[in-house]
Design a protein around this ligand. Structure first.
Ligand SMILES: CC(C)(COP(=O)(O)OP(=O)(O)OC[C@H]1O[C@@H](n2cnc3c(N)ncnc32)[C@H](O)[C@@H]1OP(=O)(O)O)[C@@H](O)C(=O)NCCC(=O)NCCS
Length: 202
């Protein structure tokens, strides 16, 4: 009788699962000039996801993303050497505020904790580059809300966020922009979330 015959069905399945996982290489990297070639793929993936969500999109040019990558202000993820996800950091209000923007995970790699890993790396990078800055985000997605909460962000009203006009102009591509305008930038569909290093309880 062979070895496999001694194993119960569930044990056999977990053995197969473990060996598959061991062969699965996940890389979460601070992007560098070698990753500039992925810019068109990143932009296309973001655009496709925005169409599916129907929310509109903050316009980013290839040059802008390329600059972020070259400045070491972006995080890129690979699964078995295949592009899997991305995020970059931007500073606002004279570097008093930092936002992790453009988070995207390729469809087929979703639901495996990749966004969480990318956000953790982006958070770490933001804290290192701008240790005094407050980190914030605007989101209507529950995945990002969960991840942000675990990183120490708390929900806030918009008056606690940056008053940098250039940041708010980024909302113009969103289908809900009229709400933001009507409420004098006080409320919208998105939840504002803020991480204040001075109030970090972790
Ligand atoms: C949002 C997105 C980045 C999530 O990527 P992902 O790799 O699937 O997320 P993760 O697997 O790391 O999940 C993180 C957490 O969110 C939860 N989650 C993931 N997708 C979710 C969804 N659609 N609805 C509710 N919760 C979700 C997961 O269960 C997990 O929570 P847990 O750790 O408590 O179990 C991905 O769906 C995406 O790229 N969407 C399109 C672009 C987008 O919406 N970007 C965010 C702009 S604010």
């Amino acid at each position: 009788m062979c070895f496999l015959c001694f194993l119960r069905h569930s044990e056999l399945l977990s053995l197969i699962f473990c060996s598959l996982m061991m062969n699965f290489k996940i890389e979460i990297l601070i992007a560098n000039e070698n990753h500039v070639a992925y810019v068109p793929t990143i932009l296309q993936t973001i655009e496709n996801a925005a169409k599916v969500r129907g929310t509109g999109i903050a316009k980013r040019t290839p040059e802008y993303l390329e600059q972020k990558i070259r400045e070491g202000k972006a995080v890129v993820a690979f699964m078995n050497n295949e592009f899997a996800g991305f995020c970059y950091i931007e500073s606002w209000g004279n570097k008093q505020y930092v936002v992790n923007s453009g988070l995207i995970v390729v469809d087929k790699f979703r639901g495996q904790g990749l966004a969480r890993k990318i956000k953790e790396k982006s958070f770490e990078l933001s804290r290192k580059k701008y240790p005094e800055a407050k980190l914030f985000g605007l989101t209507s997605g529950s995945a990002v809300m969960k991840i942000n909460t675990d990183l120490g962000y708390v929900p806030v009203t918009f008056d606690e966020l940056t008053d940098d006009e250039a940041f708010w102009r980024g909302c113009q591509g969103c289908i809900n922009y009229d709400i933001l305008q009507r409420t004098n930038r006080r409320y919208c569909i998105c939840t504002g979330m803020l991480y204040d290093p001075k109030k970090d309880k972790f």
